[in-house]
Design a protein around this ligand. Structure first.
Ligand code: SD4
Length: 336
């Protein structure tokens, strides 16, 4: 009995000492780290956009935010800088055409409350992301395509524009001249420049937009991942957002952006979430990826803390990140 009591007292004493020791150890070694990272992640706003045109898009996005706009305004007007720029030959006006010489545009937009809008196969309007926003805000629908999308854009007051520039037509003619039996419609090199843009504003509202002319020389009527909610873009106001660029077919097969957000919902850091999603993309699309050294897919992501993720399947993916007052153009890591 006595020895049992002493034993219990000893046990309690050593537990208290051990507990205090562990606390001191945590304070010294681990707790400060946790505090630092906690402080660091509270950096809002954050803007992240794919490829070089993301720099101008982020600049515009930040201007919109500083003038009191929301994350949604920031992504809509941010991606518009690429849509309007004929030198960006993979988005909007001046985009490279399909196999028949038609420029066809796809876009979508989504906010932090699951509101979403999308258009595809647009041929007469250079700002499909803004048309997508009108679909989202002024109709009961999510997705309008083709002639109906052009008609809707016209009804909404968007001017009709011939999207094919002289330079894009020249490139199309060169492509046609060099066509051979070996051509692979899915892999011309200059295809990976879709702009996906995500914004987390000061108030913690998250939004995203994606806009593209799709893969150059695609079969007439083909639509990729970019305007598809869940594939090219997904936003969840309680979790964060993700967007993609690259060969859309591979992203559609995996519901890529939705998967990134789901991984984040389950607690993954955005960087880990994009990596795990790319592993899935690789697994599902292996037979196509193995055959084609130019096959690229990439994701960007942001969570509500302002932590970001960016990664390409292969080397070469670059993105623009506006965070902590700096707009930087960065190389993303790659999976293979
Ligand atoms: C598509 N994902 O149409 C687009 C192309 C792209 O960067 O992203 N290019 O499949």
């Amino acid at each position: 009995m006595v020895s049992r009591m002493v034993g219990r007292r000893e046990f309690l004493k050593s537990s208290v000492i051990f507990g205090l020791g562990a606390l001191v150890f945590r304070k010294l070694k681990f707790f400060p780290f946790a505090e630092t990272s906690e402080a660091k992640v509270q950096s809002r706003p954050v803007l992240i956009s794919t490829w070089r045109q993301g720099i101008a898009a982020n600049e515009m996005g930040m201007k919109v935010l500083s003038e009191g706009g929301t994350a949604l305004d920031a992504v809509e007007l941010g991606v518009r800088t690429a849509e309007d720029d004929p030198k960006v030959m993979s988005v909007g006006y001046g985009g490279l055409p399909d196999e028949c010489g038609h420029v066809t545009l796809d876009a979508c937009i989504m906010d932090w409350q699951f509101n979403a809008g999308a258009v595809a196969f647009v041929q007469k309007c250079k700002n499909p992301a803004s048309v997508a926003r009108k679909v989202m805000e002024l109709t009961k629908h999510v997705f309008i395509v083709g002639e109906g999308a052009d008609r809707f854009a016209k009804m909404m007051g968007f001017p009709e524009v011939d999207l094919l520039t002289d330079e894009a037509r020249k490139r199309w003619l060169e492509w046609k001249r060099s066509m051979s039996q070996n051509d692979n419609w899915l892999s011309p090199e200059e295809n990976h420049d879709t702009i996906a843009m995500l914004a987390l504003d000061q108030q913690g509202r998250v939004a995203g937009a994606v806009t593209t002319s799709g893969l150059a020389w695609k079969i007439h009527g083909r639509v990729g991942d970019s305007p598809i909610i869940g594939a090219g873009l997904y936003v969840d106001g309680e979790v964060g957002a993700a967007g993609s660029t690259g060969v859309g077919e591979a992203v559609i097969r995996t519901c890529g952006s939705f998967l990134v957000v789901e991984y984040m919902r389950n607690g993954m850091h955005p960087q880990k979430a994009v990596e795990e999603t790319l592993k899935r993309v690789l697994k599902v699309n292996k037979k196509w990826i193995d055959k084609d050294p130019n096959f690229q897919v990439a994701f960007i992501a942001v969570n509500l803390k302002g932590e970001i993720g960016a990664m390409g399947l292969r080397k070469g993916f670059q993105y623009a990140l506006y965070k902590d007052g700096k707009n930087q153009f960065l190389d993303a890591p790659n999976l293979i």
